[in-house]
Design a protein. Structure first.
Length: 107
C-alpha cells in the first residue's frame, strides 16, 4: 500500500479550489463536493498508483509526472518509492505546463 503525501503547493491548490467555488460562485455545497471528489480520486492512488496517465502522453516532455483527471481539475503526482507525492492540483484550462515547469517549458 502506498502513502499519499501532499506538497504545500497542492494543499494550497485544494484550499483555493474550495474557496473559489464557495465565494466566487456562491456555492458552498459544490465547493465541498468538488474538493471531496478530488480527494477521493487521489485516495485511490494508495491502491492503484499507476491509474494516472504519464504526462508524456499529452505533452512533448520527459517527466516522471503522472496525472489524474477529476472533473475540471488535473492532479499531478509522482511515484517516489512507496510514496505518492501530489505536487499540484490545477484547473485543466490553465497553462499547467508553465505552472509545473515555469519558463523551462518554452525552450
Amino acid at each position: 500500500m502506498y502513502k499519499v503525501r501532499y506538497s504545500e503547493a497542492a494543499k494550497r491548490d485544494l484550499e483555493q479550489i474550495g474557496d473559489y467555488i464557495m465565494t466566487e460562485l456562491s456555492n458552498p455545497q459544490a465547493a465541498l463536493g468538488t474538493v471531496r471528489k478530488i480527494q477521493n480520486s487521489i485516495d485511490r492512488l494508495c491502491t492503484f498508483p499507476e491509474i494516472g496517465s504519464p504526462l508524456s502522453s499529452i505533452a512533448d516532455t520527459i517527466s516522471d509526472y503522472r496525472f489524474l483527471v477529476c472533473g475540471n481539475y488535473l492532479t499531478f503526482y509522482r511515484l517516489l518509492g512507496s510514496d505518492i507525492m501530489v505536487d499540484r492540483i490545477i484547473n485543466g484550462k490553465r497553462d499547467y505546463m508553465k505552472i509545473l515547469f515555469g519558463n523551462a517549458c518554452d525552450d
